[in-house]
Design a protein around this ligand. Structure first.
Ligand code: PLP
Length: 399
């Protein structure tokens, strides 16, 4: 422990708590007892400031309808964006929905037509493919490029991809799974291209707050202010404060027409109201959570250092581009020449760990897996050792 006063070191056994990351392992990976490094939540307790707020709510014991006067919560979100990201928005630009994927899906339906193309940039968070297809739209891929300096958006190809019939682009910023925190220039250029082509940008900034000290998150709206007339952005305290189970997220649209359309589209299905615990947690997170978050970021950054060192020293055939943000890292096992099912077989059956299969992230995922480092350091070390031993044995067997 614990120079910050917050405890990220205690290992918490979450099994038997109806938790996807721990309790769904057997049904997803076909084997029980694996160490979980997959679903993107953290094996830490949330900020004590948030837990105390929720405890008071719980002990009050009356769980009737929460207020519909959401001005206070809109202001809390606006204040957070200003304080943490320098993004000055009005409380009126903010609305709520249970999850970012809910909002994304509603935006797809509201701002595009059935059959339209929507651009995404694989490798990418798999639900982007799913939500486009579920809503009867077509996936148009603009794969990321691997350059000497890391992953980059292929903006020349984007110009090609934005043909007539393509009406939106979904941006992931910071990018899951490659851990890029996009820079000002590339965001501004992307915004400009989308503006010229008249496409709506659905911008998923759920990972906005998990950014390491050598990078800086820039909201797309700040990088390209003119794009506001075609932009809706999604954020949430869920990744930042480990609150995903409370289902509280927010959209931000600076353009009144876009904001009105988002509000109406969500209201059509009564999706704007959050549950009282979600609302309370969101408020506590954004008003009392900063010290915890700064401590969590410092902890996660040390986990990043550990993973980078470990890979360099013990698994030099694995490559990891320096992660700039998020707590999910994109490990490149291509040097082993294995197909993804073989890679997963070794991780599951030899190493006893559950990581996400890179193939599920689309183009560019072959030979990759995604590792969640949002856990106590000893847990991470144990997982890494298991992986190194499994692959060490593999090399031993083959030589
Ligand atoms: C980029 C991205 N968007 C959305 C989500 C999920 O958001 P929600 O649970 O609010 O629907 C995740 C979770 O991993 C994510 O990584």
């Amino acid at each position: 422990m614990i120079s910050s006063g917050y405890d990220f070191d205690t290992r918490i056994d979450r099994s038997g708590t109806n938790c996807e990351k721990w309790d769904d392992i057997e049904s997803v990976f076909g084997k029980e007892g694996l160490m979980p490094f997959w679903v993107a939540d953290m094996d830490f307790k949330s900020a004590p400031e948030i837990v105390d707020t929720l405890r008071q709510k719980l002990e009050f014991g009356v769980f009737g309808y929460p207020t519909e006067q959401i001005g206070k919560y809109q202001a809390v979100v606006a204040n957070w964006e200003s304080k943490r990201h320098g993004w000055k928005i009005s409380p009126d630009d903010v609305g709520f929905m249970p999850g970012v994927i809910t909002g994304l899906s509603v935006a797809i339906c509201e701002f595009t037509e059935p059959g339209d193309g929507i651009v995404i940039q694989p490798p990418i968070y798999p639900p982007f493919f799913r939500e486009i297809r579920h809503n009867g739209r077509t996936v148009v891929e603009n794969p990321l490029m691997e350059t000497e300096n890391g992953y980059a958006m292929d903006l020349d190809n984007l110009r090609e991809a934005l043909k007539p019939g393509v009406s939106a682009l979904i941006l992931c910023s910071p990018h899951n799974p490659v851990s890029r925190v996009w820079g000002l220039q590339e965001l501004a250029e992307l915004g400009q291209i989308c503006l010229e082509r008249g496409v709506t940008v659905i911008c998923d900034e759920i990972h906005q707050d998990i950014v390491f000290s050598d990078a800086k998150h820039i909201p797309l709206s700040l990088a390209c202010p003119k794009l506001d007339e075609k932009l809706v952005t999604f954020i949430s305290p869920s990744k930042t404060f480990n609150l995903a189970g409370l289902r509280a997220s927010a959209w931000i649209a600076r353009d009144k027409k876009i904001a009105d359309r988002m509000r109406r589209a969500l209201n059509r299905f009564h999706l704007s109201g959050l549950n009282m615990f979600g609302l309370a947690a969101l408020e506590a997170a954004y008003t009392k959570g900063e010290a915890w978050l700064d401590a969590a970021l410092a902890y996660l950054e040390k986990n990043r250092g550990l993973v980078e060192r470990f890979i360099r020293e013990k698994m030099p055939r694995v490559k990891l581009r320096h992660p700039e943000g998020t707590y999910i890292f994109w490990l490149d096992f291509r040097d082993y020449g294995l197909k993804n099912p073989e890679l997963m077989d070794i991780l599951i059956n030899k190493a006893g760990v559950a990581l996400n299969d890179g193939a599920s992230f689309g183009e560019g995922g072959k030979g990759f897996v995604r590792l969640n480092v949002g856990c106590p350091r000893t847990q991470l070390e144990d997982g890494l050792k298991r992986i190194a031993e499994a692959f060490g044995n593999l090399e031993g067997n083959r030589s």
